[in-house]
Ligand binder design. Structure first.
Ligand code: TRP
Length: 362
């Protein structure tokens, strides 16, 4: 796997590598999330051997309320994402796994950073600019129509997430690179204005990580409604394996007859298969495409491949979903670990800006 970093030369010194990433709690994990974020993050956390080499993973629930004002959805998503990451092998003893809202020092730091972050920097954020552009296309609509301060200041909260733990490496999707660059900028301004307290992070992104195609041929995304759910709906009446098979059978294909030779590179089935199969398995399916394979048979091969990888995690997922107490305990333990860092970092930050006790009381 070849991941790129935005600032590759900065951390060759004695600073330990510290990886941190967050997941916004607005949806239920699908196959694209699994291949693009969950699987690579868990693999890299399992590969690290150095004690100092701690990884931080968190549920960005304060970010979720920027996009989603349905309390039930925020709550359900938090539960499903936590259960998914743990079921897929994230080891909460080895990494720091927590919920953003359980670390109150984060929003406190966000406020402090707000006060040295230029408004002009936020004006340049892609997500904000896109919202303004959309308003400008309509007649008689204020450019800031429907835009909350939460959306506008989103990158500052994200900077607080990252800078709080002095993360050096932040794995993200391409759309988030700008936010990590803004966190660098915000750290630099604070360090210059007060005291060098914050490490400047690098975004880490992987161009080889598959961006999965969805059922309809567009990028797999919740907003297109074309996703394949990872573990299926939490419903004891419906067999989750059947749900997966059913979703795969819905992948859009063309009307070629079964025996006609098919172009593997133009097929969503093959595209998804690539993210799961070994090179030999891939070559084998390619030759079956060339020889002519019925779409239904190709889908069955894809289903079996995906199922063999995720079936071992599925049981644990449903067990955790049925037992939120266990999830809650794991998150509480994670919050405690996170707060050992965040209390110290916030204390240093407050002192640096002149907020500290006037005298020591016994
Ligand atoms: N904004 C990120 C996303 O939507 C989630 C996120 C919040 C995050 N805080 C973060 C990612 C800090 C990395 C580091 O994908």
């Amino acid at each position: 796997m070849s991941a790129s970093e935005t600032h590759p030369n900065q951390t060759e010194t004695n600073q330990p590598r510290r990886t941190l990433t967050g997941v916004t709690t607005t949806g239920i994990p699908h196959l694209g999330n699994y291949v693009g974020a969950i699987r690579p993050a868990i693999q890299s956390s399992q590969n690290s051997t150095n004690e100092e080499d701690k990884s931080f993973f968190f549920l960005a629930d304060y970010h979720s309320i920027i996009k989603c004002s349905d309390p039930k959805q925020v709550h359900e998503s938090t539960k499903a994402i936590a259960a998914t990451w743990l079921a897929c092998g994230l080891d909460p003893e080895k990494v720091v796994f927590y919920r953003q809202s359980d670390v109150p020092e984060i929003p406190e730091l966000a406020w402090i950073l707000n006060c040295s972050c230029a408004k002009g920097l936020m004006n340049r954020a892609h997500a904000y600019k896109a919202a303004v552009d959309a308003n400008n296309e309509k007649a008689d609509v204020d450019p800031d129509h429907g835009i909350t301060m939460g959306l506008f200041g989103y990158p500052v909260l994200m900077a607080a997430d990252i800078l709080m733990f002095n993360a050096t490496h932040v794995p993200v999707g391409r759309d988030q690179i700008q936010h990590v660059e803004m966190a660098r900028d915000i750290a630099g301004t604070f360090n210059h204005k007060y005291k060098p307290l914050f490490t400047q992070p690098s975004a880490v992104f992987d161009d080889n990580v598959a961006l999965l195609t969805g059922l309809d041929g567009r990028k797999m995304s919740k907003s297109y409604g074309n996703t394949i759910p990872l573990f299926g709906e939490y419903n004891p009446q419906v067999d989750p394996e059947k749900q997966l098979r059913k979703a795969i059978m819905q992948i859009v294909t063309n009307s070629q007859a079964p025996e006609e030779p098919k172009d593997a590179d133009d097929s969503v089935i093959f595209e998804i298969y690539k993210a799961f199969a070994t090179p030999d398995e891939l070559a084998d399916l390619r030759s079956q495409f060339e020889a002519g394979i019925a779409w239904g048979d190709a889908k069955q091969i894809l289903f079996e491949k995906i199922n063999s990888e995720i079936a071992p995690f599925r049981e644990r997922y449903f067990e955790l979903m049925a037992n939120p107490k266990e999830l809650e305990e794991i998150l509480m333990m994670g919050a405690e670990k996170a707060r050992r860092h965040s209390r110290k970092q916030l204390d240093k930050t407050r002192r640096a800006i002149g907020i500290k006790p006037l005298a020591k009381l016994k």
